[in-house]
Design a protein around this ligand. Structure first.
Ligand SMILES: O=C1C[C@@H](O)[C@H](O)[C@@H](O)C1=O
Ligand SMILES: [Co+2]
Length: 298
């Protein structure tokens, strides 16, 4: 299926400690988190809020467990703040990731985002960008892409529930307003399915621009509840809207087949935030690892 050495498997720390709601998994330590990632058979991780920010200390802790850093999330505010403010914060983030050996930088526009608001209904209050904001976003992302290229890196745009770039149409528009040399795409299965998009069609349409993949599944009955009860994104996560690949309703066999057929090279990152007090992170990491092996041979 996948070409040898083309793809590496990572898992995000968000299943152990949630950066959006640090009270979820507050008791789980950084060492426990990375030890369990390695124990479950993963080669890499993204960066969570408990990770040391000193590259030497982080490298040392990871190398003991033979783990690498795949990437880390960056919140941009290109639609609501001056470009310079986002660019300055981005440069620090870029240089940290470069020191950690990452090749891609996850970027998500958080201007007008409701993803961090505890009670704002996710579906009813989804933000939309004005024409002017679309232009600011596309131009700003181009600028960040050029800054990433100075270090031989790429930005991968993270579409996300509760933001101005959530739907298939919004992703397509963003890709059309930017160029592949500057802006690549992160494909997150869970966010697309949650939004009600045809995630396989999004994958087919944008395959050449996809340079990073987040694998998460959804529990459709919880997604229905989120709509009926007008829950927020954070309430949805707590209620268990997301889970690991194979534990929900997504067709990951098809996702892997499409990626492999396009000679995808890069990381596949299991990223399934749920309440660690309900869903034991090691148990779910092992479940995800077994399922990925069965479906992709990796
Ligand atoms: O990549 C991600 C990072 C998280 O902080 C975010 O809220 C999550 O849903 C996600 O997909
Ligand atoms: Co994601």
């Amino acid at each position: 299926m996948f070409k040898e050495h083309a793809v590496k498997l990572a898992i995000a720390p968000i299943a152990w400690t949630n950066d959006d709601m640090p009270e979820l998994g507050g008791e789980n330590t950084f060492e426990q988190c990375i030890s369990e990632m390695a124990l479950a058979g993963f080669q890499g991780s993204e960066v969570g809020n408990k990770y040391p920010r000193d590259p030497a200390a982080l490298r040392q802790a990871l190398s003991l467990r033979q783990l690498e850093i795949a990437s880390a999330w960056f919140s941009a505010f290109l639609t609501t703040e001056p470009y310079q403010a986002t660019a300055e914060a981005f440069l620090k983030h870029r240089d940290f990731l470069w020191e950690m050996g990452a090749k891609v930088i996850v970027v998500s526009e958080q201007g007008k985002s409701i993803q961090g608001q505890m009670t704002t209904p996710l579906f009813a209050e989804k933000p939309e960008f004005t024409e002017e904001e679309w232009i600011r976003l596309a131009d700003g992302l181009g600028g960040l892409g050029r800054l990433a290229a100075e270090k031989g890196m790429s930005i991968v745009y993270h579409h996300h529930m509760g933001t101005g770039i959530q739907t298939a149409a919004e992703i397509t528009r963003l890709m059309e307003m930017t160029v592949p040399e500057e802006v690549s795409l992160l494909f997150d299965t869970g966010h697309l399915a949650f939004s009600g998009e045809d995630y396989l069609e999004v994958l087919r349409s944008h395959l050449p621009r996809i340079k990073h993949v987040h694998l998460k599944d959804i529990r459709p009955e919880i997604v229905d509840l989120v709509k009926q009860e007008k829950l927020s994104f954070l309430q949805a996560v707590k209620a268990g809207a997301f889970t690991v690949p194979g534990d929900g309703c997504l067709l990951f066999g098809d996702v892997f087949a499409l990626l492999a057929a396009s000679d995808y090279t890069g990381w596949l990152v299991v990223e399934a935030e749920q309440d660690p007090a309900v869903a034991n992170p090691l148990e779910y990491a092992l479940k995800a690892r077994r399922y990925i092996k069965e479906r992709s041979g990796l």
